[in-house]
Design a protein around this ligand. Structure first.
Ligand SMILES: *Cc1c(COP(=O)(O)O)cnc(C)c1O
Length: 436
């Protein structure tokens, strides 16, 4: 391969996250902003998000839902930066939260409690009280025990808590291996077989007001069929519950739609939603309000993690490309053995690529971002880990006393620093020496 061919091969590789992520000559740009330049300006490791990419992802859901009563609740655990929440709130989006801390973020970002649903298997009394006082749209309840505690907390507040039961549809894992939360063996939700009895119980409790039904069958799902199976199971229950005189106003089909990290081909959000709505219509449920809880699919391909090459360490067996981002900044590769594409921020035209394991400075052999990647890099170059907008910064830690990365949001011509890089002193500000 000539150097020209090498560069051509790099710049013609398809980029997950396109069209907002693109090659401009030899530079990798997000919404037109060169990532290498942002790295020089703000330092590394650096998360960079495209506001347009987030809006585009949300618009796909909205398009399919137009003309329906609906609420898209962004599952904010995927990326809870305030500017991300602000972007979605301004676009009319609601939120799916799993803690009182997340509710505080929603309110701080200008989101509304009345468009927020509260999920999670382990809600504490104090969190329930906070959510009731704020006036959340619905509690997605996951067990009989939680139902009873919520009833008590609501009565103590002199209100009725709006509830939906998270039903575990037990969708067959054999046919749909990617489903990880909708099986009998998972900790999530009320078993399908017990759901009717649990609705009866909920309807009797004076502190509760039954509003709907929900499910969430897993994450990074790349097929429509598991959703249709789960929806059918939910609608069967809706019919059984309503036959007993307990009305259900909304059906919440959860989140979980996958994105493209490498060669996955998930359905587009509007295709998925259209199929779900068609199934609801066909079964006579077209009048019902539809709720969705997408996380990853709204933000995943909208963000990248930019890192600088610190050292190149060729070896007998493996060549190591040591970068300044690590498993504490981006946990997915180490935690799930996840593949995330890695591209140079500037193409080296005259350097033939070599095969590298891209690893961070953390003292763990599991600290890697990508293995066996063909890259043409020099020390000091910048690399971008793609599709890092979801479960990236949100799962970052301070392991090895490493300050968490800065976050930047590009928005047309504008560049906004939306989270400052943490300072070392902040990391132990709450710790105390023992007086001797
Ligand atoms: C995590 C989660 C979601 C979002 O999942 P994604 O795979 O990010 O879309 C939605 N609902 C619930 C209850 C969740 O726990």
């Amino acid at each position: 391969m000539s150097a020209q061919d090498v560069a051509g091969a790099v710049t013609s590789r398809s980029l997950p996250g396109a069209p907002h992520l693109a090659w401009r000559d030899e530079e990798l740009v997000l919404e037109g902003h060169a990532l290498a330049e942002l790295a020089r300006r703000f330092g590394t490791p650096l998360y960079v998000y495209s506001r347009a990419a987030m809006r585009t992802a949300l618009a796909a859901y909205a398009r399919a839902l137009a003309g329906r009563r609906h609420l898209v609740c962004y599952a904010m655990k995927a990326n809870s930066n305030l500017a991300v929440l602000q972007t979605f709130a301004a676009a009319g989006c609601g939120f799916d939260i799993v803690s009182a801390g997340e509710l505080a973020r929603v309110l701080a970002a200008g989101g509304r409690a009345s468009r927020t649903v509260f999920s999670g298997v382990g809600k504490r009394r104090g969190e329930m009280a906070t959510a009731l006082e704020a006036g959340v749209r619905c509690f997605n309840v996951e067990s009989v025990g939680e139902l009873q505690v919520l009833d008590e907390v609501a009565r103590a507040h002199g209100v009725r808590a709006p509830v939906s039961l998270r039903v575990n549809p037990d969708v067959d894992a054999g046919t749909h291996p990617y489903i990880s939360t909708g099986l009998k063996s998972n900790k999530f939700g009320v078993a399908h077989a017990e759901a009717l009895a649990t609705y009866r119980r909920a309807a009797e409790l004076p502190g509760l007001r039954v509003e709907g039904i929900d499910s969430h069958i897993g994450s990074q799902i790349t097929q429509v069929e598991p959703y249709l199976d789960a929806l059918d199971r939910l609608l069967d229950l809706v019919e059984a519950v309503e036959a007993e005189g307990i009305p259900l106003h909304h059906v919440d089909v959860g989140g979980g739609l996958g994105i493209t990290y490498t060669d996955e081909a998930p359905p587009a959000a509007d295709v998925l939603v259209s199929r779900l709505l068609a199934r609801m219509d066909a079964r006579g449920h077209g009048h019902r309000e539809v709720l969705l809880e997408p996380g990853r699919s709204l933000v995943g391909n909208a963000g990248v993690l930019v890192t600088e090459v610190l050292y190149l360490k060729p070896g007998e067996v493996t060549n190591f490309c040591i970068v300044d981002a690590a498993m504490n900044d981006l946990t997915r590769p180490a935690l799930y053995d996840a593949y995330m594409a890695i591209e140079p921020c500037v193409v080296r035209r005259h350097l033939p690529p070599r095969r590298w394991d891209v690893v961070g400075p953390v003292c763990e052999s599991g600290d890697w971002l990508g293995r066996q990647r063909d890259l043409a890099v020099h020390v000091g170059d910048h690399l971008a880990v793609l599709s890092a907008g979801a479960y990236g910064m949100a799962m970052a830690s301070n392991y090895n006393t490493r300050p968490r990365a800065a976050e930047v949001m590009v928005d047309g011509d504008a560049v906004h620093l939306v989270r400052e890089r943490e300072r070392v002193a902040e990391l132990f500000a709450g710790e105390r020496l023992i007086e001797t």
